[in-house]
Design a binder for this molecule. Structure first.
Ligand code: NAD
Ligand code: GLY
Length: 369
């Protein structure tokens, strides 16, 4: 098992990474000195697969778990489902000493985390991510929240978990498309912080896509270590944490415009990262060879690198980009790469340049979608 610490002083916590950790969840929670009552929040795909095992482990350690199941998918990450959870918690008479276990992908983690941040002004949270994307990114760092129709993650809070348990064995049941979407965040870490990781992904992508346990453990741990270091320096995104949003301005806009259905989060940010790489070449001199390596790695991972938009959708994407949280004083700010492994953040980019680079990402509608 590998352990990565998130260095946040008295709120520091561990990310435990390994095969079969779900059966030790109860013992892990016991060490945190939490109250006996807890609620496992999961979704309709994950609960039938893993909620029983999680509940049994918690029961063996003396906890009294309840379960709440939300519908699977990004459209469930909304205030209506948060409200459902509040009512269930009230029905279960969850007290301030009870805690929430978020068992699932990033949708469950973000939503359950937001419920934990707000119910009774804050309950303890344990993240048990079951997608690659959630293991390397969303379960770590304390950003929790839900979407509005107007944009992604517009309602939220910072609420750090007390523990993150990444059981790599849960990835065996993950649909291939969801696994590939997780690689969009994995590749992001290579671009923003670690050229060696990027080269390793270029070399080992095939065994990773085959879910080779050893290769995955090392990569998940490296991604978590990068995120832990960034969050440790800038928990509430006053500056450096913004690097984690590389490719997200366009990515979030695509998700919002297509109604959180057509593109998975990972797919949308793959397109967004290729956009950001092209923008970086235009504005910071990122070598064209690096843009090609970035695009080709996403393609090898089976992720989209271009989009097909009608003029109307294109206008909506521009509007959604302006609404994104990364907009400041009306200017759209980007994270840009100087080279693979090194980025700068907070770069305001003129609308005309954004339009010009966006043209390079557009496919013709007749091209088969
Ligand atoms: P997801 O939670 O929708 O999970 C993907 C799909 O896989 C769902 O249908 C789910 O039911 C299913 N699933 C999950 N685990 C499974 C398993 N082990 N076996 C079989 N099926 C399984 O999506 P995601 O990609 O994990 O997360 C995306 C969300 O994460 C987005 O809302 C995004 O905004 C958010 N996010 C948040 C942060 C953050 O810092 N909080 C960072 C990155 C992404
Ligand atoms: N995924 C962006 C962040 O955690 O800050």
């Amino acid at each position: 098992m590998r352990v990565v610490r998130v260095p946040l002083g008295e709120r520091a916590y561990s990310i435990r990474i390994g095969e079969g950790l779900l059966s030790g969840l109860g013992q892990d929670c016991e060490r945190l000195g939490l109250g006996r009552h807890c609620t496992i929040i999961s979704d309709s795909n994950v609960a039938p697969l893993y909620a029983r095992r999680a509940a049994q482990s918690l029961e063996r350690a003396g906890f009294e778990p309840r379960e709440i199941t939300i519908p699977a998918g990004e459209t469930a990450k909304c205030l209506a489902r948060v409200s459902d959870c509040y009512h269930e918690l009230a029905r279960h008479r969850a007290g301030r000493d009870s805690f929430i276990v978020a068992l699932g992908g990033g949708v469950v983690g973000d939503l359950a985390g937001f419920v934990a941040a707000t119910y009774l002004r804050g309950l303890a949270l344990v993240q048990v991510p079951t997608t690659l994307l959630a293991q390397v990114d969303s379960s770590v760092g304390g950003k929790v929240g839900v979407n509005l129709k107007a944009g992604k993650n517009l309602v939220g809070a910072f609420h750090q978990p007390r523990l993150v348990v990444c059981d790599l064995a849960t990835l065996e049941t993950l649909p291939p498309r969801e696994l590939r979407a997780g690689f969009a965040e994995v590749i992001k870490y290579g671009i923003i912080a670690d050229a060696r990781l990027f080269r390793r992904l270029e070399r080992d992508l095939d065994p990773l896509l085959r879910r080779d346990g050893g290769a995955l453990a090392a990569v998940v741990a490296r991604c978590c270590a990068i995120k832990a270091a960034v969050v440790g320096h800038d928990e509430t995104e006053q500056g450096r944490r913004a690097v984690l949003n590389f490719g997200h301005t366009v990515g979030h806009a695509l998700e919002a415009v297509f109604g959180y259905g057509k593109y998975l989060h990972g797919e949308a940010i793959a397109v967004g990262q290729v956009f950001a790489a092209r923008l970086s070449a235009r504005l910071l001199g990122l070598p064209e060879g690096d843009v090609d390596r970035i695009r080709s790695l996403f393609e090898r991972a089976g992720l989209p690198t271009s989009v097909c938009l009608s003029p109307h959708q294109r206008e909506n994407v521009s509007r959604a980009m302006r609404l994104d949280k990364k907009t400041s004083a009306g200017e759209i700010r980007f994270v840009l790469a100087e080279r693979i492994g090194q980025v700068v953040w907070g770069r305001a980019v003129a609308a005309s340049v954004i339009r010009e680079v966006f043209d390079l990402l557009l496919r013709k509608p007749s091209g088969g979608g």
